[in-house]
Design a protein around this ligand. Sequence first.
Ligand SMILES: Cc1cc2nc3c(=O)[nH]c(=O)nc-3n(C[C@H](O)[C@H](O)[C@H](O)COP(=O)(O)OP(=O)(O)OC[C@H]3O[C@@H](n4cnc5c(N)ncnc54)[C@H](O)[C@@H]3O)c2cc1C
Length: 410
Amino acid sequence: MFFFLHSHGGSPLRGRCRPFSGDIVVDTSLAIVGAGPYGLAVAAQARRLGMDPIVLGEPMGFWREHMPQGMLLRSGPDWHLDAAGVHTFEAYLAQRGIDPVDVDPIPVDLFVDYATWFQEVAGLQVRREFVTALRRTDDAFDVELEGGDRLSAAAVVAAPGISHFTNTPHRAVAGLRPDRVTHTCFLTEVDRARDARTLIIGGRQSAFEWAALLADAGVEAVHVVYRHDTPEFTAADWRFVDPMIHQTLAVPGWFRRLPAERRDAIARQFWSVGRLTLEPWLTPRMPDGIVHRHPRTEVMSCVEQPNGEIRVELSTGEVLLVDHVVLATGYRADIDAVPYLRELSGLESVDGFPVLDEGMQTSVPGLFLTGFAATRDFGPFFGFVRGCPAAAEIIGSELARVLPSPPVLV
Ligand SMILES: Cc1cc2nc3c(=O)[nH]c(=O)nc-3n(C[C@H](O)[C@H](O)[C@H](O)COP(=O)(O)OP(=O)(O)OC[C@H]3O[C@@H](n4cnc5c(N)ncnc54)[C@H](O)[C@@H]3O)c2cc1C
């Protein structure tokens, strides 16, 4: 077995805890649920605007726990977290004396280190605890933490990322025991795959990224099975996104007001750069004798044999014998799958996405949602780090409008 579900660690509390007993241990104007790129970016902007947010969650938890070690980013050094454009990834590299050309492509660990630096220079308070439930009271949110404490917050920004939205649609694996099949989101310790034979279902970036990582780890064989043609292996160029981010900031509601055909065209453009082209550095890491590509092919069935092997039947009639199945089948929004949002009444959604206003506020007044959950209303760029500064700016301005002004110290 070479895959693990990670747990999150606890740590000493760092909020403004009230020392007396009582249910609510912290009163705050702003709680930010999620300490990934979006949560940190919004928190930094809120602080810049004079607020004192409390961030909840494991800093860069998704990147540490759900991205495999050794993974290389597809995004470049110009993508960062700072709405003010000061504490950028490039500024971090300069401060560390690292030449950007020496870290191209960017290793995931380096970006995580940047986010840690960002958290420090922005002076963010992160309370490394998970939220179990969010409830609306008359004039605030009651935020319940896994340790039993509760916070009261006037406004909440939730940045749940994508880990709740794994898409596992494949009927062919329905009969397999759960420990024989893993979504890429939960397959991070690939070096433990040595000597195993793996079937990867899916043929986009994550499928080939994981095939390369498994081959690096010394796996015996990887079969990548996908219904379409083999994608083109060429460097992605994301510059087309910049004017769209500019428009998003210049014209409130820009994306949602575009004609449906234009929105579809943007989504397709994103799809074709993000999914239909694959980074060329993957090619040499996928030797033909190890990584077997099966384009225009479907997996018909996967059945565990008495000796433990999994017998895979393909639509071509070919039969494979493997030890594990990996689903590289991506993510699909389903806001009801975010556990801490389940007790909130009045949270409207369409196609699994929350309905957001132009300030990224949900139908529950005072609750904002950002990141991938905002892509339906704000555009596909909000599923990536590129959207962080814009999200921080949009939500920050809205918070500054709706929250009481911070006290002026004299
Ligand atoms: C394989 C892979 C490669 C990628 N490569 C890139 C890339 O190269 N460039 C790029 O821009 N993007 C990339 N992405 C997308 C990237 O993951 C997102 O852009 C980014 O993580 C979104 O940030 P986020 O803050 O919305 O969510 P996340 O990073 O997922 O952060 C979620 C946060 O929520 C916290 N949390 C979860 N549950 C709770 C709870 N109950 N209470 C409190 N906190 C909670 C977590 O601890 C974490 O801090 C990649 C994604 C994958 C899967």
